[in-house]
Design a protein around this ligand. Structure first.
Ligand code: 5FX
Length: 533
């Protein structure tokens, strides 16, 4: 029997490193994850990160990601994972984080010695040992400077897909250049987390892929290459330090001898460009058609989907180049007030029980008699609401008091109306919704979502979509290589398991929400002008 080819997806999230292996029929045949805090305690991280005393700076030790690779591959080898059958590897990295490599790095990478660990060999290749990551909020001054240099927030959004955001890599680079010029001068290559891991795998600098590169405020999303004006406004000599940009399906090299000798991979195993975790989730949910969107309900709620025509906005959201279609785009909006806010209202009114909460939700009707509420448990980014608090309005748009049952409905309806409003503003018009994340099992919330958007809601078999998406992209890149040209991603993943429908819209309820949307938008403006920046 000819052994089936396998495809490995490696997901370096904030908390850990996970491997997912699929076969040619897209069945998941192996999964293993390690957790940074627990399995690599010597790096002293909390949630995979170091929070600094200023309350704004957040970093992760770059060497921890290196040590994690040997640890995970060793465990996989010892468990008998069929590494010799892996034909291609791709991966996923937490977005925006940067890895700073000095002038020694390329020769160390090119000469990995199988008799020593990666950690021992790579410990002195970093010009900045603590990598800034996406949770960092310390670059407001650099963001303002970028927006001034490029003609305002909307100009930055139109060029790079997003207004200047603190966590975006370019603003982190500007800060390091200003505050640590020696380290900047010693830097030979600035990688993203998603280009650093494949650099270890291929024993040389791997390029940044166009989709994760879109999360830097440095890349022109229309040309798919660096934006000279943004580079110039950020720091000197950036083209050389960043290296080239490649499409997300590109093969970036073959696996270094270190990995075949130590772990039993085949010598010609292909490495496909890694990308960011959100782009990989888009791939894992096969959101290739404009109109298929995902709503991930977690600590933060995230709405994302594919788009042919992007509408970058300084007000909300991000546009990335698509990780599965080089000519298309991905839109994404993050809402900070997700599950923790839902839990706060559940604890206040339903004694901590989701069952009681759902029973109370059913006691009010869609539209809540015209009541609209804004529940801001922590500062919100979509829209910008700095001061936490609850604002409740009656049908006459005047401040009002709500019963517990009305509060419960107003929270869910408000969250779904906000998603619909802001997603629409950047061009997301759903045809169907895929719900993922912890709260996607909440039937009451899912039904309101279906009614607000007026489309059916589906769910996927696997909830860990970034890791699965990385494995799918490994297969996709491999098929493009074999075909000597681009293979549609949909063809590569056509054997994937179908999604399950979990809600159909109720047309009467949908009509109620359509009528409510303009009122919701104008009341939101009032809340923003009172509690915003
Ligand atoms: C997206 O812009 C984010 O900052 C986060 O979702 C990170 O990618 C999490 F890893």
């Amino acid at each position: 029997m000819i052994a089936s080819k396998l495809f490995l997806g490696l997901d370096s999230s904030t908390q850990g490193l996970k491997a997912t292996i699929i076969d040619e029929q897209l069945e998941v045949v192996y999964e293993h994850a390690i957790n940074f805090d627990h399995d690599l305690p010597q790096f002293k991280t909390k949630g995979g990160a170091h929070q600094h005393e200023d309350g704004l700076t957040v970093t992760a030790p770059a060497l921890m990601w290196v040590a994690a690779m040997d640890l995970l591959f060793g465990l996989m080898r010892d468990e008998g994972a069929l590494l010799a059958n892996v034909a291609a590897i791709s991966g996923s990295g937490q977005q925006h984080g940067s890895v700073w490599l000095n002038t020694e790095a390329s020769s160390v990478l090119a000469n990995l010695d199988v008799s020593q660990t990666l950690e021992a060999q790579l410990k002195s290749v970093f010009s900045v040992a603590d990598s800034p990551i996406w949770m960092d909020f310390s670059t407001t001054a650099q963001c303002q400077a970028l927006e001034v240099a490029l003609g305002g927030a909307q100009a930055v959004a139109e060029l790079t897909g997003s207004r200047a955001f603190e966590r975006f890599t370019g603003n982190q680079i500007a800060k390091i250049h200003q505050q640590n010029p020696e380290a900047y001068a010693e830097t030979d290559r600035i990688a993203l987390v998603s280009s650093f891991l494949p650099s270890i795998l291929i024993g040389g600098y791997a390029p940044i892929d166009v989709s994760d590169g879109s999360g830097m405020n440095l890349l022109d999303i229309q040309s798919g290459d660096w934006a000279p004006a943004a580079l110039e406004a950020t720091a000197p000599n950036l083209v050389e330090k960043l290296g080239p940009v490649v499409p997300s399906h590109a093969i970036v090299g073959t696996l270094a001898g270190y990995f075949s000798e130590r772990y039993g991979f085949v010598a010609d195993c292909a490495v496909v460009a890694f990308s960011g975790d959100n782009p990989n989730s888009l791939a894992g949910l096969r959101l290739e058609n404009t109109g298929d969107i995902a709503i991930s309900l977690g600590t933060s709620d995230t709405v994302f989907g594919s788009l042919a025509e992007p509408h970058p906005s300084a007000e909300e959201g991000h546009i990335f180049v698509s990780p599965v279609q080089p000519e298309a785009f991905m839109a994404m909006i993050v809402f900070k007030n997700g599950s923790l806010t839902r839990e706060m209202i559940r604890d206040t009114h339903a004694g901590g029980s989701w069952k009681t909460y759902d029973a109370m939700l059913q006691q009010t009707a869609p539209g809540n008699g015209g009541r609209i509420g804004f529940y801001i448990n922590e500062p919100e980014i979509t829209p910008t609401i700095v001061t936490p608090g609850i604002s409740r309005f009656g049908a006459d748009d005047q401040p009002a008091a709500f019963s517990p049952e009305e509060d419960i409905r107003a929270l869910y309806e408000g969250q779904c109306l906000s998603m619909r409003l802001h997603a629409g503003n950047i061009g997301i018009e759903p045809r169907r919704i895929l719900a993922t994340g912890g709260a996607s099992v909440d039937k009451g919330l899912i039904q309101i979502m279906s009614n607000v958007f007026g489309v059916a809601v589906y769910t996927a078999e696997k909830s860990d979509t970034a890791s699965l998406g990385a494995a799918y992209r490994g297969l996709h890149g491999f098929l493009c290589k074999e075909a000597h040209g681009f293979v549609p991603f949909a063809d590569a993943v056509s054997a994937a398991p179908p999604f399950t429908k979990i809600a159909e819209p109720d047309r009467d309820a949908h009509a109620v929400y359509i009528a409510m949307l303009p009122r919701y938008a104008s009341l939101e403006q009032c809340v923003v002008s009172k509690n915003g920046v």
